[in-house]
Design a protein around this ligand. Sequence first.
Ligand SMILES: *Cc1c(COP(=O)(O)O)cnc(C)c1O
Length: 401
Amino acid sequence: MTELTTTLIHHPYIPPAGFDAPQPGVFKASTVIFPNVAAMRHFEWKDKSAYTYGLHGTPTTYRLEERLCTLEGGLQCLLLPSGLAAIANVALSTLKTGDEVLIPDNAYGPNKALAEGELRSWGISHRFYDPMKPQDLAAKISPQTRLVWLEAAGSVTLEFPDLCELVRLCQARGVLTALDNTWGAGLAFAPFDMIPGVSPNLAVDISVHALTKYPSGGGDVLMGSVMTRDAALHLKLKLTHMRLGFGVGANDVEAVLRALPSLALRYQAHDASTRTLANWCLTRPEFAQVLHPALPDSPGHAHWRALCGAGPGAAAGLLSVMIDRRYSQAQVDAFCDALKLFKLGYSWGGPMSLVVPYDLASMRSGWPEHLKAGTLVRLSVGLEAVADLQADLAQALQKLA
Ligand SMILES: *Cc1c(COP(=O)(O)O)cnc(C)c1O
């Protein structure tokens, strides 16, 4: 007789097949069991026809990848342990010593830090371009340029570039484009079909998405994705992913799979509340400028309208205010500290509203000419009742006086 411990490991019971439920089951594995040696030798993970090792995919990760492809209009997808890891995977896969990467000056800060801190030391150079001036990007593309990052809207300052023009410029010069699509989330615009109805599709080559934000929706998961519509490019990215050992936890994938069905509804709700607050902020004398792509005076508004339309769900839940220069840093800090519903914290996309004061001068190559002087505070609008959020801002503004 086999001993108890062995039986508990190699238990003969197999539950009946045919179970179904709204939420798919979660498969957790480092080890994947093969039926025989021939299978072990020949099973192929690269085309997702079989399973070989947890890092190379499970039914759970494949399922999320395919749903994300549907969301963003991609054909192939990789999952990574964070949005930043997704950015790094793109850089490490597409750049080598002697190459150059161009990054918008208003890009997600850690993307710039990756170039300055890691890529530079490997002999990969970088330059920052002004995304609001396509001619600046055109002038900076050189024979060494291998990759151009795009972001719409820009991180923190929320300018909206002429994304179509920037992509066309890169395509005309044969340079690879990678979009950080976290703000648009696959909903505000289609990164692989930017002008619907026009053929061939105007598309970026790579779309990176911090699933940490809206797809997770809970403020409790870190994950990123890299999306493509080109099998060869995907394989190149996937081999880098495999060699670097990037993987994601099945329970985190489950959390995103659970949140995905409500993504569009949540995005629309964040959008609606944010536009309400943005318009209210415009009426407040404490703010020298309100930055939100749907506001007619916000930089790049016309580009946003052209790409995203102006309807519900055409913008995310971010809003920045430039607090007038007559207020000191200490007063701005007191305003942020006085907020009760907006919590001090990084990231966005969850149910709870968040606030971060930024030292913009230290984040940009120069003070952007389209921005008024002042201290920038970014608000991430959650799913609380918008009247409560507005009252919270109003009471905290009294601390500025
Ligand atoms: C948050 C964010 C990221 C990185 O996501 P993490 O999962 O936190 O690493 C990348 N790009 C943008 C625009 C983001 O807002």
